[in-house]
Design a protein around this ligand. Structure first.
Ligand code: AP5
Length: 212
């Protein structure tokens, strides 16, 4: 968990590799559907472009299908889901049906000014999805992904007015989950400021008691 631009996608990649589990990002799934022009992508587009959440029913059904895939049978890392109380209660039900439990919810704590700095310089690889930042984590050749040579692009929802709306939606709909998981004793918050590698080390330390 964490506000837009907190570094969830960046850290999820390292942590999922460290734990050898798939990273399941609802934002990535919506963007992949959008790129392919599927009905799901077209439906998600109008919400994403305006900084709103895709309706719960659509999102929950998509996650249920994804968790049924074989690679999720031995654990997974969710990035960007759940984001509302109905999604959180639906996740509890899905996990109960699968006979597994949520181990831990990691919250990346970072303030709004830092989020705005991060999102304004974010660049994402169109080919492999690797996340870069123009100033904080630049590729060696501007506009080209070091990992795969793909083209880097700026996300449509990183425009300043859309970022402001995403932050409002986070505070209204998603921040209440901090109390929800806190009350269950599942929430661990870490300072997500400073270099990416330092945040990764803090995340690994926080996950160690849970077998991470
Ligand atoms: P989603 O893709 O999940 O967006 P988000 O939550 O707004 O988060 P971001 O991807 O913007 O940021 P992040 O925290 O992953 O940061 P990142 O690692 O990229 O969702 C997009 C949209 O899809 C939503 O608005 C909604 O419409 C829809 N959606 C998705 N899930 C949904 C759900 N469950 N329900 C309903 N709708 C849903 O880092 C940001 C930048 O900072 C990068 O450039 C990175 O290089 C840089 N950076 C990272 N860490 C550091 C650091 N330590 N220091 C300096 N720079 C850093």
């Amino acid at each position: 968990m964490g506000p837009p631009g907190a570094g969830k996608g960046t850290q999820a990649e390292f942590i999922a590799a460290h734990l050898a589990v798939p990273k399941i990002s609802t934002g990535d799934i919506f963007r992949a559907n959008l790129a392919q022009g599927t009905p799901l992508g077209l439906e998600a587009k109008r919400y994403m472009e305006s900084g709103q959440l895709v309706p719960d029913e659509v999102t929950i059904n998509m996650v249920r299908e994804r968790l049924a895939e074989p690679d999720a049978a031995h654990g997974f890392l969710l990035d960007g889901f759940p984001r509302t109380l109905p999604q959180a209660t639906a996740l509890d039900k899905m996990l109960a049906d699968m006979g597994v439990a949520l181990d831990v919810v990691l919250e990346l704590v970072v303030d709004n000014d830092e989020v705005i700095r991060r999102l304004s310089g974010r660049r994402t690889c169109r080919n492999c999805g690797k996340i870069w930042h123009e100033a904080f984590d630049p590729p060696s050749r501007p506009g080209i992904c070091d990992r795969c040579g793909g083209e880097l692009y700026q996300r449509d929802d990183d425009k300043p007015e859309t970022v402001a709306e995403r932050l409002r939606v986070y505070a209204r709909d998603t921040a209440p989950l901090i109390d929800f998981y806190g009350a269950q004793g599942k929430l661990v918050g870490i300072d997500a400021t400073g270099p990416v590698e330092d945040v990764t080390e803090r995340a690994k330390d926080a996950l160690r008691p849970y077998g991470g």
